[in-house]
Design a protein around this ligand. Sequence first.
Ligand code: 13P
Length: 250
Amino acid sequence: MRKNIVAGNWKMNCDMAQTQILIEALERAMPAQVNCEVMIAPSTPFLFQAFNLTKGLSIEVVAQNASAHESGAHTGETSLDMLASLGIKTVIIGHSERRDSYGENDAIIKAKVHAVIAQDMRVIFCCGEHLETRKAGNHITAVTQQVEKALFDLKPEQMKQVVVAYEPVWAIGTGETASPEQAQDMHAAIREFIANKFGSEIANETSILYGGSVKDSNAAELFAKPDVDGGLVGGASLDAENFAGIIKAF
Ligand code: 13P
């Protein structure tokens, strides 16, 4: 059975004090029984603090980004070895904000995906189309191309370390959510595409998360769709009650 996952991407929010406050609030708000994997991705400087604060809780601390380079002259970057030394086991790669604002193209994202896998970590690989692409009716082709370019040189065994997050760019931070049907259609297309390359067993084991204005009030209807295995949550993950509400949707 593939895993259901609710992951909070805090993006560039929360300083040291706020990181502690939010994790403690989340600890209080978490349901007694959690029926999915829960992850939070704080900013890089506070990963160690978050890692320590979540010890004993059913919350995995994951990184928002990493360098594909091993070490050396890469000012401002964080290596996978460094993240591993903190105990990090999962890294988000290919977020549209990294693609659009930091020049991460398909080749860079592919290199990062391969580096994460080589480090024996899990990757949350993000893909998603812009509004113009959807309006032109090319959204499935655009997203499956992103999947192909980043993932299709992996070995089938390595695909088991990949979680896919479909995040339509027009739904990120806009309050506009893809309808459950739009999410399901894309998730089913991604799964079929993965099945054609890696086989249906691996495709069926791959968790595909939806991201884009997920909140406690819309999570249940999204997660009810057969190919939506959870959410990658931005804004609502900064509110412990709201995030806990999303976790409770499973
Ligand atoms: P929002 O939930 O704020 O729309 O952000 C989604 C996202 O980008 C998660 O990675």
